[in-house]
Design a binder for this molecule. Structure first.
Ligand SMILES: [Fe+2]
Ligand SMILES: [Fe+2]
Length: 228
């Protein structure tokens, strides 16, 4: 497999997102980064990595659900925004509330045995929850309606600020992955503990796709059409 931007890799091979998640390579905020450089940064062997990726892609379509549908690249700004709100914003708000409720339960029940881990996870998740809910509101109520109109210097600056928010959310997610051992519950964790981490993992994977669609499809399309 040749070297290319991660955004290009995902465009050509949508199922690569699943493989990149497993390898903890950030394709959403890092869409502009080059594949070979990211492989090197994580200290993977390039040939082993690209062979594994090619093998994975061979039968991924029969094993997994679609990730970034190729038809999304053909949509206009309005339709893309509607798609992002109707899928990611709605699904993530629900997941955030489910995780929040369960996390509060396990914080109490497993406090004595797992105080250090749970306090850190609770604190990081609370920060992420706040960031995301405010970010979704800003997109829906302020920025996305502007993106449906002609581009201005102000609207382009707002897009940049959203990209900054994505980066901040991405950093919190990386810390959350570290604090939870990539969402691995402890051996003595009850079913609620297991469910909390599984839901958190689903949330994070959805956020990655969501940010990718905004950073690598919606915003470039908007900027390209700006003609300022
Ligand atoms: Fe969004
Ligand atoms: Fe966003």
């Amino acid at each position: 497999m040749k070297n290319m931007k991660l955004s290009q890799l995902v465009k050509e091979y949508p199922f690569a997102t699943i493989f990149l998640n497993e390898k903890q390579i950030d394709y959403c905020c890092g869409g502009d980064h080059m594949l070979y450089e990211e492989i090197a940064k994580k200290n993977y062997d390039r040939k082993t990595f690209t062979d594994e990726l090619s093998d994975f892609l061979k039968d991924a379509a029969s094993k997994y659900q679609a990730t970034v549908d190729p038809s999304l690249y053909e949509l206009g700004i309005d339709e893309l925004i509607d798609h992002i709100e109707a899928t990611h914003h709605i699904a993530e708000r629900l997941l955030i509330e489910q995780v929040d409720e369960k996390l509060n339960t396990i914080l109490r029940v497993h406090y004595k045995a797992h105080k250090d881990e749970l306090r850190l996870v609770h604190s990081l998740f609370s920060d992420l929850r706040k960031e995301l809910l405010e970010h979704f509101a800003e997109e829906e109520e302020e920025v996305f309606p502007l993106l449906k109109l002609k581009a201005t210097a102000e609207s382009l600056a707002l897009v940049e600020s959203l990209e900054g928010d994505h980066e901040a959310a991405g950093n919190l997610i990386k810390q959350l992955q570290k604090a939870t051992g990539d969402f691995t519950p402890p051996k003595d964790g009850c079913p609620t503990y297991v469910a909390t981490y599984a839901l958190m993992k689903s949330l994070v994977e959805d956020i990655f796709l969501h940010i990718f669609k905004e950073n690598s499809i919606l915003f470039p399309k908007y900027e390209k059409g700006a003609n300022l």
